[in-house]
Design a protein around this ligand. Structure first.
Ligand code: URA
Length: 236
């Protein structure tokens, strides 16, 4: 692939601006500045530097973020900054979206990608991928609340009950709950329908992909293609 196309595919702007970056001497491959936008390179395990910052060529973006509280999952946020402001602009430029949404006050695991099939696989309720949450609740948990969440609760405005894939009390005010759908405010509404109230919500896992404990709030990391199997996904 030509260097100009490589940069363009990785989110460094239009064809013209990528040519300019290269001709201005801002781009190097393995330490050697390349001034020719038409020079061709294999993209396999390709590392390149732009303005001294090293990038790896990636066919697709797969990212896991530890979403902090106080950020909206929207490109046009209403009341809080956007989670997209926590990502490099090159990733936004290449069309990276979040896979499903978390409320502004929810923390935890949030995936981003520019692979539409991956986003669909993650959010489609038909794939039955467990989204695992820890919910801190206001009132002491009652066995009948846990039972209701397991057997199904009717959400306000819905006709059919929704049930948790699993639901277990960790302590009197902390609940571990997994769901496969992603209805609007689903966990908060389910817990309200069971007669309690969510005070804090954190997503700790999706499928068997668990949020790294060492990843601080607001930070993200690349997810390698072989890790996607934990989400039941194989890139085409
Ligand atoms: N359910 C909710 O109520 N909020 C979230 O952010 C995610 C799931």
């Amino acid at each position: 692939m030509t260097l100009e196309k490589i940069l363009q595919s990785q989110g460094f702007g239009s064809r013209k601006s990528c040519r300019t970056l290269i001709r201005d001497g801002c781009v190097s491959i393995q330490g050697n500045t390349c001034l020719d936008p038409d020079a061709a390179f294999s993209t396999e395990n390709l590392f390149f530097e732009v303005d001294g910052e090293t990038w790896r060529y990636r066919r697709h973006v797969y990212i896991a973020m530890h979403k902090p509280s106080g950020f909206e999952c929207s490109h046009q946020p209403q009341h809080h900054p956007s989670v997209f402001s926590l990502l490099p602009p090159q990733l936004i430029q290449r069309g990276t979206q979040c896979a499903g949404r978390l409320d502004q006050d929810t923390t935890g695991l949030l995936f981003f990608s520019d692979d539409g099939a991956f986003i669909h696989a993650l959010i489609s309720p038909r794939k039955h991928l467990a989204k695992v949450y820890e919910a801190q609740v206001r009132h002491e948990l009652q066995p009948k609340q846990i039972e209701a969440l397991r057997s199904g609760v009717l959400l306000h405005g819905e006709k059919t009950p929704v049930m948790a894939l699993s639901c277990n009390a960790i302590d009197e005010h902390l609940l571990n709950l997994a769901i496969s759908e992603g209805k609007y405010h689903q966990v908060k509404r389910m817990i309200a329908a069971a007669g309690n109230r969510v005070e804090k919500l954190h997503r700790c896992a999706i499928g068997s992909f668990t949020l790294d404990e060492t990843l601080p709030e607001g930070e993200w990391r690349w997810v390698e293609e072989d890790e996607l199997a934990k989400l039941g996904y194989t890139p085409a």
